[in-house]
Each structure stands twice: as C-alpha cells, then as structure tokens.
Write a protein that binds this ligand. Structure first.
Ligand SMILES: Cc1ncc(COP(=O)(O)O)c(C=O)c1O
Length: 367
C-alpha cells in the first residue's frame, strides 16, 4: 500500500490476500498449543507464547504504518520495559523524559536503578544534555500530559553522534501522526491502548524497529518473559485499526475547536495544544508531525473546579487514558503527576464538534 493515503493504508494494513470464501480479516486464533506434525515436530505455529497468527497479522499491520518490524505486547508498559530491559545493562545510563508518562519514570528510577542502570531525566522541550556515556535516549513526543514536543531529527542526530540509541514513545501521535523511524529514531515504543485501537476495550503495546539485531533481542525477551497480548485482543486491535484515520481526523478537528474555545476564556489558563499557532510546540510539531492528536491540556485552577466541570458536563467522562471514541478528562494530579491541582488532560472523542463545544461551554460556565 505504499503511495496510498492514510485511510486506504489503515483499512488494508496486515490483511491477507483475498481468498474466495474467506473473511477479509481472519477471526481470532485462540490457541495455547497447536497440533504438531508427529514426525517433523513444530512448523510455523507450535505454542501460543511465541506463535500466534492473529498477533502476527496485527504486527504486520502496525509494521506497515510505522515502517519497521513490530512485536506486540500485552500493554504499553510491557513493550517499554521489554525494550529497556533487553537493551540496558548494569553500568549503562538511560535518558528518560522528566515530563513523560510517570510509570516509565518510576520504573527507571526503581527497578532499573536496582539493576545498576543510571537514569538522567530530561524535559521534552529541552535543553538536552550531552549524550556522552548514554546508552539509550527515550523520547516521548508529544509528551503526556504536558504536550511539549521535541525535535526527533535533531535529538537523534546528537544521540547517534555520541553512540546512543534513540527510542520514541509514539503513543500520543500514533504512526499516522508521526513516523519516528523516518525521522531518525532507532526504535518506536507505544501503548496501543490509546488512539491506535481507540475503543477503550483493549490494552496493547508494541516495539518497532528496522534493526534486525534489536528486534531479535526484543523477540527473545518476549518469548522468555511472556508479556504477550491474547489472540482476541490482537483481533480487536486489528479490527479497530481500520478506522484510525477517520477517528484521528474527528478527534483532531474537535481538539482544534476546543482549543479555540478555551483560548477565548479568561477562566482557563495554561492551555496547550500543539496545533495552536501560539503554542510553544507548534513549530516543531509542524515540522515533523503529519497530524496533531486530539488531546488538549489546561488548568481550571483547583481540584474542586475540575470536579464541578466534570459533574456539570453531560458528555465528558471522567476517566484516565486517552485517544478513545469518547471525550474524557483526567485531573492528572490525582495520579501523582507533577501537575497543578486543577490541571486537566482532555481527550477529544469523535462526538459531533458542535455538541462537544456546547457541552464544554455549559460545563465551564457551570463550574
Ligand atoms: C505515553 C504513554 N506511554 C506508555 C503508556 C503505558 O501504556 P499502557 O497503559 O498500555 O501500559 C501510557 C499510558 O498512559 C502513555 O500515556
């Protein structure tokens, strides 16, 4: 599907060639052991942990979109920790975003530290330190939840010059929003739990790379530690992937309208959306992103006001996670993120834009 548009690519990604009488997307293969050839032993499918055709089809689909070989995991955390633990050794240093997903930071400063790996925390917007002596630079752009963006090309070049590997967490952007491997990164890691699958019914993660040695390490790691996604979840994810282009388009359009609404309100501060021309991330985002995600962050001043906003709203669900069909809002301080008490990450769903704007306006007025 090279040269085709995003909508076409996601609809066809990872599908087998047409066979009369067979479905477009084969159903989920739910198997722990498979029949073995009594004489020759294992062929393509021997046992469910290393081998599952539904998972392979999903990996092929995501791989087409990211431009690399993909290994799927049971969650984003399973994928990210698989990368960190299969690449890093005692005595290594890893650079991790200071403003990215907090569980990654907690893992680096806890389990990795205990294994003798040193962590350097770096703000996504920079300034970036020298990467001399750093083994792996993990970027998260746009960063969750503050939505700062970093220049993947520039940071990758600096890291490579110092001999470091670069991995980009592509959760927020998705492979339709940016392709880090084309921007110079060695690896992509992501949670597919968010916009990639988008229906709030699956946890999923993946690692993508064009580097055969790295993918072999990650594959061995996964086969030995067992953090695989189940066949049914892979099938749900693959089915959901087909609408990614449509979902992102509506989410982004809703976010643009929400950002415009919020930028005109004196009772909202700290508005961030990288698609706003006035946003600090706008220029870098424009230079490397193919579309801007549907996530907006802002400050309502206090936890009480956020609670009133959420209880007054008819459409916005109070929920963590983001990138789904439904508009959701999360007060990040309640999870321990280093954000002000009234800081909200709003994830725009695919509802009608006019309804979202009317609902948010009423909820803000009521709060
Ligand atoms: C940027 C980012 N990376 C990784 C993760 C972890 O993903 P999962 O919840 O699928 O383990 C999250 C979860 O919110 C995230 O926001």
């Amino acid at each position: 599907m090279t040269g085709k548009g995003d909508g076409t690519r996601v609809v066809h990604a990872g599908l087998p060639a047409p066979v009369p009488g067979q479905p477009f997307l084969p159903g989920p293969v739910l198997a722990a052991p498979y029949h073995l050839d009594p004489v020759d032993g294992p062929a393509e499918n021997g046992y469910g942990r290393p081998d599952n055709p539904t998972r392979r089809a999903l990996e092929a689909a995501i791989g087409e979109l990211e431009g690399g070989t993909v290994r799927a995991f049971a969650s984003g955390q399973a994928a990210i920790t698989a990368l960190l633990l299969s690449v890093l050794r005692s005595g290594d240093t890893v650079a991790v975003p200071s403003d990215g997903y907090f569980t990654v930071r907690a893992f680096a400063e806890g389990a990795l530290r205990d294994l003798g790996v040193k962590t350097v925390l770096v703000p996504t917007a920079g300034p970036y330190p020298s990467f001399e002596g750093v083994r792996l630079v993990l970027l998260e752009t746009p960063a969750n939840p503050g939505l700062d963006v970093c220049d993947v090309r520039a940071v990758s070049a600096a890291a490579h010059a110092a001999g470091a590997l670069v991995a980009v967490d592509n959760t927020t952007a998705t492979p339709l929003g940016q392709r880090p491997l084309e921007l110079g990164a060695d690896l992509v890691v992501a949670s597919g739990t968010k916009a990639l699958t988008g229906h709030s019914d699956v946890l999923l993660g993946y690692v993508a790379t064009q580097d055969e040695a790295l993918i072999e390490r990650v594959t061995t790691w996964r086969a030995q530690t067992g953090g695989i996604p189940g066949g049914f979840d892979c099938w749900l994810a693959h089915r959901s992937l087909a609408t990614l282009d449509l979902r992102l388009a509506r989410q982004s359009a809703n976010a643009a309208a929400v950002a415009e609404l919020l930028s005109g309100r004196a009772d909202v501060t700290g508005l961030r959306w990288p698609g706003l021309a006035s946003d600090a991330s706008y220029e870098v985002a424009r230079s490397q992103m193919r579309r801007i995600p549907g996530i907006v962050s802002f400050d309502l001043g206090s936890a009480e006001r956020v609670a009133r906003f959420l209880t007054t709203s008819e459409l916005v669900f109070a929920a963590t996670s983001f990138g789904g069909l439904h508009t959701t809002a999360d007060r990040r301080a309640q999870w321990g993120d280093d954000t002000p008490p009234g800081f909200v990450r709003l994830s725009c769903g695919i509802e009608d834009t006019a309804d979202v704007i009317a609902d948010l306006t009423a909820a803000l007025d009521g709060a």
